[in-house]
Design a protein around this ligand. Structure first.
Ligand code: NAD
Length: 252
């Protein structure tokens, strides 16, 4: 039995990495995937590969009007909204002394404010569809600090906290909308690929990142997508406001 039969899921960051892997799973499990991304060429290519159960919308997550248009497009195309994945994000390395105000704002506008706007824009459509599930991608760096990732880590900590507020509000209002955060370790996607060829402590950047995980390797986008699928589906109906870690043992 398909695990997302007839559920309509809007996915920010759907053109790449974790978002694209999740879009593929949504369609495989009988759902409708609305891929929303600022990368139109990649997003349209994946949507067309997935066929009639997928649709692409152009989205800049940092713009409220862009989110409202994306939600309206999802409802118009497939008749409702039952799931939201906030996966759009950027990874930037900087520390508290080198990070400029402009850079701090840019990272937080996309990763943190973008997730806030996505939740905000989706709630009415989800209520009108009978309820739903919101999944916000944070990071292991939303659970702990890192000297080299001040803006990113702060933005992901905000996503973790925002998730709990959204979950509690929706529970209190009896909207039948759940909201959880997912915290990946290092996942083999275009986001971290620029680090692979660097030299870190006499290793390639890739080996260095692999060794951070007790399982001795990077995660695959499909492994995170499987956790997201569980959260989007009715298999997780008693989970809300929680943190789901997918990190090969990194935080253990
Ligand atoms: P990715 O670079 O493969 O995909 C990110 C997508 O977000 C891209 O398609 C990009 O176009 C889109 N995007 C960026 N800014 C946007 C904007 N303003 N509006 C709309 N779309 C925008 O990266 P990924 O690894 O799949 O990352 C997905 C999420 O997972 C991110 O939130 C990231 O922070 C998080 N994450 C990734 C890792 C990792 O190691 N890859 C680890 C922990 C958390």
């Amino acid at each position: 039995m398909p695990r997302l039969e007839d559920k309509v899921v809007l996915l920010s960051g759907g053109a790449s990495g974790i978002g694209a892997a999740t879009a593929r799973l949504v369609v495989r499990e009988g759902g409708k995937a609305v891929l929303a991304d600022r990368d139109e060429a990649k997003g349209r290519a994946i949507a067309s590969e997935l066929g009639a159960a997928a649709h692409f919308v152009l989205l800049d997550v940092a713009q409220e009007a862009s989110w409202q248009a994306a939600v309206a497009a999802a409802v118009e195309k497939f008749g409702g909204l039952h799931g939201l994945l906030n996966a759009a994000g950027i990874g930037v390395r900087n520390d508290i002394e080198s990070c400029t105000l402009k850079e701090y704002r840019r990272v937080n506008d996309i990763n943190s404010l973008g997730t806030f706007l996505g939740c905000k824009a989706s709630i009415t459509a989800m209520r009108e569809s009978g309820g739903g599930s919101i999944v916000n991608i944070s990071s292991v760096l939303g659970l702990r600090g890192a000297a080299h990732a001040v803006a990113y880590s702060a933005s992901k900590g905000a996503v973790r906290s925002l998730t709990k507020n959204v979950a509690l509000h929706c529970a209190q209002m009896k909207y039948n909308i759940r909201c959880n955060s997912v915290h990946p370790g290092y996942i083999d996607t275009p986001m971290i690929a620029p680090r692979f060829d660097q030299n870190v402590e006499n290793m390639t950047g890739r080996q260095f990142l692999e060794e951070l995980h007790p399982l001795g390797r990077l995660g695959r986008p499909e492994e995170v997508a499987n956790m997201i699928l569980f959260l989007l589906s009715d298999e997780s109906t008693f989970s809300t406001g929680s943190e789901f870690v997918c990190d090969g043992g990194l935080t253990a």
